[in-house]
Design a protein around this ligand. Structure first.
Ligand code: BES
Ligand code: ZN
Length: 468
């Protein structure tokens, strides 16, 4: 393999003053009142991009949620594969397994001695079961709190706070409780996660602060209450998810960039209950459109268009993909463009997020292309939470493309096609399409990129969210 040339300051400087790889410079300085002209090479890409195509693909994908490991994800995977193939790509489905949780279809709570109509929520990894027992107050459910309470055969009533939901359930179960009710310590409903599966859990549900306090008051009054918790359909087991990979080899593999790989990616899965039009059918549809646009363009860089599975349960697909790369492929991968939530009408402006908050080849390329196209360089900042993270952790320059602030429909049943803006789709696709072309175009003579030293990736504590 050829040694990767240094991503010299020249590249960053070249990009930021608007010089193009062909040696041409913008007609006017960047601080001119007029936006710089779009260079003729960008037109080869942007003229081909169709926001209508992207929109129609989002419409198709967002007919239903696409939860990883379910049949609806399989259908999306098949659809994506067929689209790539219809453009003429060799397409690989990369399979991987994970231990996944299926949420219950039934969650009920009734209490003899209370007229309250409960609408209990549950916690991810809660186990199924129908259990009845005397309701018993157990404070915050810490080891100390449960020490002095007889919970044998009882349903423990526990307040949110101090320790994780899982610790509360395990502490109560260890003392013989057959079920647990956790009540909120703030307004609103409570649905968190137990963090991981355990055989030692007992069925656990949540109620509101007001309901929990009313029950506590009754118990303190000496009333005796019997609670029944019914959770059905919850299960934990091995599931299968997939990445879909379409590869475009360099058109003429003799030029300077021919050992580089650039990855354009997005996640095709969604959270339960959300059709995920913007998160992330938008990025998936844009990945497909860029693959279509690039199919017949002469390029000297290997392009991989990848849609990842199981992003929403911990970046599993992208982690699996990066782990499956050889050292040589990691070395040759000079960029990951991660398209996640790129089309909402109701979100803010396009931004880029890098894991360490520092600029890298991807942000440089996209800043230069956005300046060429719109006269304004897309801004960047720090952010994880998506599929660029495993790439960055492997030392590959990577950035998330997203609009900020996030739309109110994020992860909700309202994340539907009617909230998608074709203008936003066109804008992001042009910026990313133009950025890739700067390196990938066949006649590229510009300075060659190089992956920076392995970034010290800050381990983000995703799994600790919603656990307390
Ligand atoms: N698209 C989101 C990430 C996101 C949303 C980033 C809003 C910035 C602003 C992604 O699909 C997601 O929901 N990620 C999870 C984390 C992941 C590790 C499970 C999240 O942010 O909760
Ligand atoms: Zn997402």
């Amino acid at each position: 393999m050829k040694k990767k040339p240094i991503l010299s300051l020249t590249l960053a400087a070249t990009l930021s003053i608007g010089t193009l790889g062909t040696g041409a410079t913008f007609a006017k300085p960047m601080d001119s009142v007029q936006a710089p002209p779009i260079h003729v090479v960008d037109h080869k890409v942007i003229n081909k991009i169709s926001a209508e195509n992207i929109y129609q693909t989002i419409k198709h994908l967002s007919q239903q949620p696409r939860v990883a490991g379910t049949e609806s994800e399989d259908q999306a995977v098949q659809y994506i594969k067929e689209k790539f193939e219809s453009y003429g790509y060799d397409t690989e489905i990369q399979e991987f397994t994970f231990v996944g949780y299926t949420a219950p279809h039934t969650v009920e709570l009734s209490i003899d001695g209370s007229d309250e109509e409960f609408q209990p929520e549950t916690f991810t990894y809660t186990v199924s079961g129908e259990v009845t027992g005397g309701l018993t107050y157990a404070g915050l459910g810490t080891k100390d709190d449960v020490e002095s309470v007889d919970l044998t055969g009882k349903i423990a009533l526990i307040k949110r706070g101090s320790i994780t939901f899982a610790e509360k359930v395990l502490n109560a179960a260890e003392k013989g409780a057959v079920g647990v009710i956790i009540y909120n310590n703030a307004e609103g409903s409570l649905s968190g996660t137990l963090g991981e599966a355990s055989e030692d859990y007992v069925p656990a549900v949540s109620v509101t602060k007001a309901q929990g306090e009313a029950l506590t008051a009754k118990l303190e009054n000496g009333e005796s209450l019997t609670a029944t918790i019914n959770v059905q359909g919850a299960s934990t087991g091995e599931k299968t998810s997939h990445n879909v990979i379409a590869t475009k080899e360099p058109t003429k593999p003799t030029r300077a960039n021919d050992d580089y790989i650039m990855v354009v990616g997005s996640h095709h899965d969604s959270v339960a209950g959300a059709p995920g039009a913007n998160d992330d059918a938008s990025g998936t549809a844009m990945t497909l459109e860029l693959a279509r646009v690039y199919k017949d363009l002469p390029t000297d860089t290997e392009l991989r268009f990848v849609t990842f599975g199981a992003e929403e349960i911990g970046l599993l697909g992208s982690s699996h993909y990066v782990a499956s790369l050889s050292d040589d492929e990691i070395n040759r991968t000079v960029a990951n463009f991660n398209l996640d939530m790129v089309g909402s009408k109701d979100a803010g402006d396009l931004v880029m997020r890098t894991l360490d908050g520092e600029p890298n080849l991807v942000t440089h390329l996209a800043q230069a292309s956005s300046k060429r196209l719109n006269g304004v360089a897309t801004s960047y900042g720090q952010g994880g939470r998506s599929d660029h993270v495993p790439f960055a952790e492997a030392g590959i320059p990577a950035a998330l493309f997203i609009h900020s602030p996030t739309e109110p429909w994020y992860h909700s049943p309202e994340d539907t096609i009617d909230k998608i803006s074709k203008e936003k789709l066109q804008d992001v696709a042009e910026i990313v399409g133009g950025a890739i072309y700067y390196v990938a175009k066949f006649d590229s003579m510009g300075p060659k990129p190089k992956a920076p030293k392995k970034q010290k990736a800050e381990q983000e504590l995703y799994h600790e969210q919603n656990m307390k």
